[in-house]
Design a protein around this ligand. Structure first.
Ligand code: HEC
Length: 165
């Protein structure tokens, strides 16, 4: 091989390497800039710190729970070794209940039903009256059948509805 060929090949290899490095750097920088997709909030920082050691963060956010359910879940994780102080535990529970929560339709106050399920004041009141007269609501169909409540609104929020804590 002539010297000029060797130099040309070397230049090509070097150029390709530079391109590859630039490419990697771009990917690294852009993924570093991407947000984590999680909502902001007071409990977010301790959540991201204490809840990633043993499993992916998705394991912690793939299911919804009521506030009581989250309290039990976070307590279990602290027993397993998640490092949270008492105030941080409360913040993380509040953060998860707000953003990955379920509303217990048999316990929630009218204002909570309105806000969490997108109901009118009248609809929320109808649910409260119904459960006072008939006891706990047990199924989604029963809830959809409460007189004066839009079944479509209930269906739209099905994943955020619980019937017990
Ligand atoms: C010391 C290890 C450890 C830490 C830290 C930890 N977890 Fe877990 N977590 C586990 C194990 C083990 C499981 C069960 C196996 C799995 O699903 O990966 C689990 C599962 C879960 C589940 C799924 C439960 C289910 O039944 O599907 C949730 C939700 C969860 N963790 C939330 C959290 C939260 C919130 C935190 C932070 C407060 C946290 N975890 C921190 C060990 C841990």
């Amino acid at each position: 091989m002539k010297l000029s060929h060797v130099i040309a090949v070397a230049a090509l290899v070097l150029g390709a390497a530079c391109l590859a490095i630039t490419g990697f750097a771009t990917v690294a920088v852009s993924s570093g800039n991407q947000t984590d997709g999680l909502p902001e909030g007071k409990g977010k920082a301790p959540f991201l710190r204490a809840c990633v050691g043993c499993h992916e963060i998705e394991v912690a956010t793939r299911s919804r729970y009521t506030e009581a359910g989250w309290r039990r879940m976070v307590d279990t994780m602290v027993e397993r070794g998640a490092e949270l102080s008492e105030p941080e535990t409360a913040d993380v529970v509040a953060y998860l209940a707000k953003n990955f929560g379920k509303t217990n339709v048999n316990q929630a106050a009218p204002a909570q039903l309105e806000e969490a399920l997108g109901l009118t004041e009248k609809e929320a009141q109808a649910i409260v009256s119904y459960r006072e007269q008939n006891g706990d609501i047990k199924t989604l169909d029963q809830l959809k059948g409460v007189p004066g409540v839009s079944p479509d609104k209930i269906q739209a929020k099905a994943a955020a509805i619980a019937f017990r804590d």
